[in-house]
Design a protein around this ligand. Structure first.
Ligand code: GTP
Ligand code: MN
Ligand code: MN
Length: 608
């Protein structure tokens, strides 16, 4: 304990980390909050802050008998998703941010944002939020401090990360940590009444990768404001991983146990709102197979002593897409929510004080929609979605009935397969295996998907999303591809096999030809059979696809023609992609490794 001169702090700071105290003091002097409070992560703190949020109108407390200790927040309608156009990677050199990121000169950005931050916390409390990404007992725990004037952020960080005094103690007197500075950018004048969801028209989600620093201004939404998640665990961590020889990826981690009781760990990179959370919590529909979740959004992977690639989930909670989640599509997500202790954002409120969203069982006769308007199923002229398409639930992982115990293991789990996937109505088959690691890198580098509501932009338009990391890369995309090639060379034949999957293929009649969700276990079984060398595949231009007869269809009434349609590789469709891929690789620039160009050339050759 040290006495300090942090303006607005009552009592003593629970750390004697001199550099940290100087930083907090400097930020408090700049942003001028009324109070400074160190978050300890206790239950008492949760109770106090959730009460403050209820009193201030940000939270509605849900019916205790239906959703215990749970709360609903409805955001400003202009603050509902990540803002990619306002996300910046401010590396010293523009080239290091690469062609896929917005770049500004770091000194200019600092100067500009310093003026935005000046007085930005007036009338509010600034919280000092210590947190750890990944298990606290890791050999080299990755720690952070977020300074924020949003109590919604503090309680959400308590769910999503290992937050509180234990993390502060790990940082100790002189430990390293990632600095995160966040304000909703809505200072209150003397006596001015607050709004339910303060934010600013102007938004900046800024990263200084060389300094491992994050400055976020103007938004309260999860991906922009919970700095441990996308900002640290992906953008900053990807830059750290590149320097230090590991990988920070937008991937789920699934533990799959076969009827022979053998466990396989599978990682999967799908773009936002393309099925990671659903696959991570899959309930297999085939006899004897069990699945457990290690992570649903982010994987940090490094080589273990045995030379295999091990994955850790740095997060502590799920921040999942609500619409479409129900007891048949994702029963394990629903069961995770039953014990309560959850925060919902931008879903609808029922008359019983429960939550509802599109796709949830039993459409109520009357709701308050996410905009706060009366809503009925028939609509009233201005009818729209009751829940925003990117509405989310935030809940601790350990409430999940199928949380794998390995989730808390600092060593992580050895990965046997990496899946890439996206939303493609055509072209991309249900499943195919890469011919080699570098072919897999090519598949990841050119991954494409229809745009979803998880970020601003036109929903549906197909865009390239390399390794599902387009919005989350902290450095040059060409260097990133090179890093993947290099990791493969280091790991050699111990590297996971790479597969491309597509749950979203449609028939000519516009319906999905593959039932998806729990039935995806049938595809996972084929993947395991490939890992074990138990099944032949069909060599196509795209990769090694499954023969329809090798997909276990026991108990499923999907017609075999649909399965064949889902698995088909149509060379005509693949040829149509070629100019788009040429354009994409040109856009990615001169740092794209020769290996990726060679794989593209090989694909063209296979297509004739
Ligand atoms: P982020 O959390 O934003 O990174 O997204 P995510 O990849 O976790 O996506 P999520 O699992 O939440 O899925 C998003 C949407 O895809 C939901 O509306 C799901 O219902 C739908 N979805 C997931 N899996 C399948 C599937 O196998 N088939 C079909 N048709 N839809 C699916
Ligand atoms: Mn995500
Ligand atoms: Mn998710």
């Amino acid at each position: 304990m040290t006495s300090t001169t942090i303006p607005g702090l009552e009592g003593q700071a629970p750390t004697d980390h001199a550099e940290m105290l100087a930083w907090i003091t400097e930020v408090a002097e700049l942003t001028q909050p009324d109070r400074v409070v160190f978050a300890d992560g206790s239950e008492e703190e949760w109770d106090r802050l959730t009460s403050v949020l209820v009193d201030g109108g940000t939270f509605v407390k849900l019916n205790e008998s239906k959703k215990p200790n749970s709360f609903l927040a409805q955001s400003d309608p202009k603050d509902v998703a990540r803002v990619e156009s306002r996300t910046f990677i401010c590396s010293e050199k523009e080239e290091d941010a690469g062609p896929t990121n917005n770049w500004r000169d770091p000194s200019e950005m600092r100067a500009h944002m310093t003026e935005l931050f000046r007085g930005s916390m007036r009338g509010r409390t600034m919280y000092v939020v210590p947190y750890c990404m990944g298990p606290l007992d890791a050999e080299d725990p990755k720690l952070g401090i977020e300074l924020t004037d949003s109590s919604y952020v503090v309680v959400s960080m308590r769910i999503m990360t290992r937050m509180g005094q234990a993390a502060m103690d790990k940082i100790g007197s002189n430990g390293a940590y990632v600095k995160g500075l966040h304000t909703v950018g809505a200072p209150l004048a003397e006596g001015e009444e607050d709004v339910a969801w303060p934010c600013n028209e102007e938004k900046y989600i800024t990263h200084f990768p060389e300094n491992r620093e994050i400055w976020s201004f103007g938004s309260g939404y999860g991906g922009n404001a919970l700095l441990g998640k996308k900002c640290f665990a992906l953008r900053i961590a990807s830059a750290m991983a590149h320097d230090e020889g590991w990988m920070a990826e937008h991937m789920l981690i699934l533990k799959l146990t076969s009827p022979e009781d053998k466990a396989y760990y599978i990682a999967g990179a799908f773009p936002s709102a393309c099925g990671k959370t659903n696959l991570a919590m899959i309930q297999p529909t085939i006899e004897g197979w069990r699945a457990e979740v290690v992570g649903d959004d982010i994987a940090w992977m490094r080589f273990g002593a045995d030379g295999r690639l091990y994955a850790v989930n740095p997060e502590f909670g799920f921040f999942g897409v609500a619409p479409g989640t129900n007891y048949s599509s994702n029963p394990n997500a629903m069961k995770t929510l039953e014990p309560g202790n959850a925060i919902y954002t931008n879903v609808a409120l029922t008359d019983e004080g429960d939550v509802w969203w599109e796709g949830l069982e039993g459409t109520p006769d009357h709701l308050i929609d996410w905009l706060g308007n009366e809503w009925t199923p028939e609509g009233d002229g201005k009818a729209g979605n009751a829940a925003h398409p990117n509405s989310r639930y935030c809940v601790p992982i350990d409430q999940c009935p199928v949380a794998a115990p390995e989730f808390n293991s600092p060593e992580g789990v050895p990965i046997s397969a990496i899946l890439f996937g996206g939303r493609r109505a055509d072209t991309v088959p249900l499943v195919s295996e890469a011919y080699s690691w570098n072919h897999g890198v090519y598949i990841g580098a050119t991954l494409s998907s229809g745009q979803t509501a998880a970020a601003e932009g036109q929903v549906g338009a197909v865009r390239r999303d390399p390794m599902a990391m387009l919005p989350f890369l902290g450095y040059n995309v060409g260097d990133y591809f090179q890093h993947w090639v290099d990791m493969g060379a280091r790991g050699g034949d111990k590297m996971p096999k790479i597969f491309l999957v597509n749950w979203f293929r449609k028939g000519d009649d516009g319906r999905f030809v593959w039932p998806g969700f729990g039935e995806n276990s049938r595809v996972l079984k084929w993947i395991v059979d490939r890992i074990e060398g138990r099944v032949e595949g069909e060599e196509t231009a795209a990769g090694i696809t499954a023969r329809a007869a090798d997909i276990d269809m026991t108990g499923l009434d999907t017609p075999i023609e649909d399965v064949e349609a889902a698995l088909a590789v149509n060379p005509e469709e693949w040829r149509r992609e070629l100019p788009l891929i040429t354009e994409w690789l040109e856009f990615c620039g001169p740092k794209v490794p020769a290996e990726v160009h060679e794989e593209f050339a090989a694909l063209k050759e296979r297509l004739g």
